[in-house]
Design a protein around this ligand. Structure first.
Ligand code: IPM
Ligand code: MG
Length: 356
């Protein structure tokens, strides 16, 4: 089979890590007889520098015309003082919205080989954990009306959170389907004691729950969820939550795996066109040094094979190669213990490729 993949390397370490994932994909293609055709487009700060627009139309068109999109990272101090609509982050929201990517899957699991890097006490994580965060990605406060207005204390800034039942229903269904294939436990996170959108969220999730009698669902307030994640992460199987709560909780969940450089993500719509990216950022401080960990991006490529192309065996093959690398004790600097030998980005990529 032939697949067209749009590459959006973006800023900072983006180009290096995307390059690693592309090399892995090419090798998988050779091994299983698939042709992956890559086209690269500008996004983020580099796109702004080249065109004055962090999300050029050509990039959106290229992504829409592709079978799937692999993104590196966007942003950096160079562009931090730009107005909101020119910031690299705006491009990320723009492309999520343009492709209708309302589902964001963010797996956070503890790799036994890396359990030393977990900041939680050994007794807290002795049974490991494997959480799938399902984050709503095209609604809520990220996309609500915002601006300035006259308020009680003079001019004030405001943002608004809106959710319609349809937006909650479709993400809830994704989460229930996901839970059904895993541990059959869904935690729906909201702030229903304060927010109207959360009360609608809760009500709607419970309506959809009727369609999934085999999945147990519980409601957790977001402040409590933040606490439970560090108190006993193994209690969670699938988490479903709104755009902003998902943003925050997925960073927390990634941190307790001890290895943010390891975590991939998938952003999906109703079709097979998805966008795959590591959950870490552009790490401008180490950009261009060939020391970034490429594994999150390589695992994002595996998610692409699984979710967009339905190439399960090929996705498993990449994930197993990553496991093997870790079990062999190979480390990039972000996951190495003090004094341990470290591999560069390209060496780690080669190590994965050798084990495919
Ligand atoms: C993420 C990031 C983005 C988000 C930023 C860069 C806009 O934090 O993907 O989690 O908030 O969604
Ligand atoms: Mg985030």
């Amino acid at each position: 089979m032939k697949y067209n993949i749009a590459l959006l390397p973006g800023d900072g370490i983006g180009p290096e890590i995307v390059d690693g994932a592309v090399r892995v994909l090419k090798k998988v293609g050779e091994k299983y007889g698939h042709e992956f055709d890559f086209k690269t487009y500008l996004i983020g700060g580099v796109a702004y520098d080249a065109t004055g627009d962090p999300l050029p139309k050509e990039t959106v068109d290229g992504a829409l015309a592709s079978d799937s999109v692999l993104l590196g990272a966007v942003g950096g101090p160079k562009w931090d003082s730009l107005p909101g609509d020119k910031r690299p982050e705006k491009a990320l929201l723009g492309i999520r919205s343009a492709l209708g990517l309302f589902t964001n899957l963010r797996p956070a699991k503890l790799y036994p080989a890396l359990s030393d890097a977990c900041p939680l006490k050994e007794s807290t994580v002795k049974n490991g954990f494997d959480i799938m965060i399902v984050r709503e990605l095209t609604g809520g406060i990220y996309f609500g009306d915002r601006g300035y207005r006259e308020g009680k204390y003079g001019t004030e800034a405001y943002d608004t959170e809106c959710y319609s039942p349809m937006e909650i229903e479709r993400i809830a269904r994704v989460a229930f389907e996901c839970a059904k294939k895993r541990g059959k436990k869904l935690a729906s996170i909201d702030k229903a004691n304060v927010l109207e959108t959360s009360r609608l969220w809760r009500k709607t999730v419970h309506e959809i729950a009727q369609e999934y009698p085999d999945v147990s669902v519980c409601d957790v307030l977001v402040d409590n969820a933040a606490m439970q994640l560090v108190r006993n992460p193994a209690q969670f199987d699938v988490i479903v939550t709104s755009n902003m709560f998902g943003d925050i909780l997925s960073d927390e969940a990634s941190q307790i795996t001890g290895s943010i450089g390891m975590l991939p993500s998938a952003s999906l719509n109703e079709t097979t066109l998805g966008m795959y990216e590591p959950i870490h950022g552009s790490a401008p401080d180490i950009a261009g040094k060939n020391i970034a960990n490429p594994i999150a991006t390589i695992l994002s490529a595996a998610m692409m094979l699984r979710y967009s192309f339905n190439l399960t065996e090929e996705a498993d093959c990449i994930e197993k190669a990553v496991d093997a690398v870790l079990n062999d004790g190979l480390r990039t600097s972000d996951i190495a213990k003090p004094g341990e030998n470290t591999l560069s980005t390209s060496e780690m990529t080669e190590a994965v490729i050798e084990r495919l």
